[in-house]
Design a protein around this ligand. Structure first.
Ligand SMILES: Cc1ncc(COP(=O)(O)O)c(C=O)c1O
Length: 403
């Protein structure tokens, strides 16, 4: 993988921030976009902008063709069928779709984990009002899941096991095949929140036997406002639509309506056509580099960062040190200093990191903290940028007088 060449594809990386070169270490929040994606979106607006699935005219046909071609690319990327891919706005909407569309009954249980992002917790908590129960698998001290708890928490009432492919805080890559087996042995469905994993590790929904997978385009080189839900076709066919309106119907009278085939049944209203086309271009880009090469690069980066971390004093670094189970996410705290203060100092050096509760308050409570700093890496990140980060820690130490 030639990172120098890859960086040439990302115009924003040439930017200066506060007079310094931009060191973008916030790809977990959203990735930067290569010019191939930006150009695909521009091309849509400049040459074939039209609504999809409606017009008979040429532009509409072209727009529909590109929109559906993106669906095929996304499906192939995760070894699914195109009619098992529903376009959504993001992973959050995909998870909400499942929460709103499954045929829940009172007493059903959802088993999730304490390391989840709010998007994979709050939609389930909302179901408690209807008599559902939510249970949480805990983590070990190294930030890996207490796998033995799945077997204990899953009961005959467990309708769904909802687990992240990768923690957006700890960087733990979870053993999805193993979790899938436990879930299915108990006749539970498995939902994978792949917001953080889809762009970084190979995901084969058929091999894992996932029932649902939620992910966001913007974390994988695509624009914001476009995401996808994978769901097994047999499940999609049984589920009721979450949103209703144009394009998702077969026939409407003044009395009632019948639903379109899947996946269109779940795509009410004009979709984000430009976003979907950008998503397709992003998948092309990732495929051209190769997801395994991306993973290898990130493994090297996190290994490098963890080595540098060993030398730091009065700091806590969270998560496992086993890079086989670890994504390119480095979450840390300086003793007694709020994450926002650290992020502000780093920003002055042109370094973009995330700070705060990282949309994972239950995990923050579990770790007995209320905020943390997170530096995250992607295919364009270099070891030199990690050096710049660790070098900038000296400024933090100077300002807060930490020896
Ligand atoms: C693990 C995880 N799940 C879900 C989400 C939600 O993604 P989005 O805001 O794109 O819906 C995020 C976002 O950071 C995440 O890290």
């Amino acid at each position: 993988m030639n990172v120098k060449n890859i960086r040439q594809d990302f115009p924003i990386l040439k930017r200066k921030v506060n007079g310094k070169r931009l060191v973008y270490l916030d790809s977990t929040a959203t990735s930067q976009k290569p010019k191939q994606v930006i150009e695909a979106i521009t091309d849509f607006y400049e040459t074939y902008n039209a609504n999809v699935h409606r017009g008979i005219h040429k532009l509409s046909e072209e727009a529909t063709e590109h929109y559906e071609s993106s669906r095929k690319k996304i499906a192939a990327f995760i070894s699914a069928r195109p009619d098992e891919i529903v376009f959504t706005r993001n992973a959050t909407e995909s998870i909400n779709l499942v929460a709103n569309s499954l045929d829940w009954k009172k007493g059903d249980e959802i088993v999730t984990t304490i390391m989840e992002h709010h998007s994979n917790i709050v939609p389930w908590l909302e179901l408690k009002d209807q008599g559902m129960k939510v249970k949480f698998v805990d983590i070990n001290d190294d930030g890996t899941l207490k796998m033995e708890q799945f077997g204990k928490l899953i009961t005959k009432n467990t309708k769904l096991v909802a687990v992240t492919g990768c923690s957006n805080v700890l960087g733990t890559i979870n053993p999805l095949a193993e979790i899938s087996k436990i879930a299915h042995d108990n006749k539970s469905l498995l939902l994978i929140d792949a917001a953080q994993s889809a762009a970084h590790t190979k995901l084969d929904v058929a091999a894992i036997n996932a029932d649902f997978v939620a992910f966001s385009g913007h974390k994988m080189l695509a624009p914001t406002g476009i995401g996808a839900l994978f769901a097994k076709k047999s499940l999609l066919e049984k589920m009721k639509p979450f949103m209703k309106g144009g394009d998702m119907i077969k026939e409407v009278t003044t009395e009632s309506a019948t639903w379109n085939d899947v996946p269109y049944k779940f795509e009410a209203g004009t979709p984000n056509v430009a976003g979907a086309i950008g998503f397709g271009a992003a998948i092309d880009y990732i495929n051209r580099i190769g997801i395994d090469s991306i993973r290898q690069h990130e493994k090297e980066l996190i290994g490098y960062a963890l080595k540098l971390a060993e030398k730091e004093k009065k700091m806590t670094f969270y998560g496992t040190k086993h890079i086989e189970e670890r994504a390119g996410i480095l979450t840390f705290n300086f003793e007694n200093i709020h994450g926002h203060d650290v992020a502000t100092i780093l920003d002055q050096e042109g370094i973009a990191i995330r700070s705060g509760h990282l949309c994972a308050q239950p995990l923050m409570s579990r770790l007995s903290i209320n905020s943390a700093c997170r530096a995250s890496f992607y295919l364009y990140t270099t070891e030199e940028e990690i050096d710049i980060l660790f070098d900038a820690f000296k400024n933090v130490r100077k300002v807060f007088r930490i020896d």
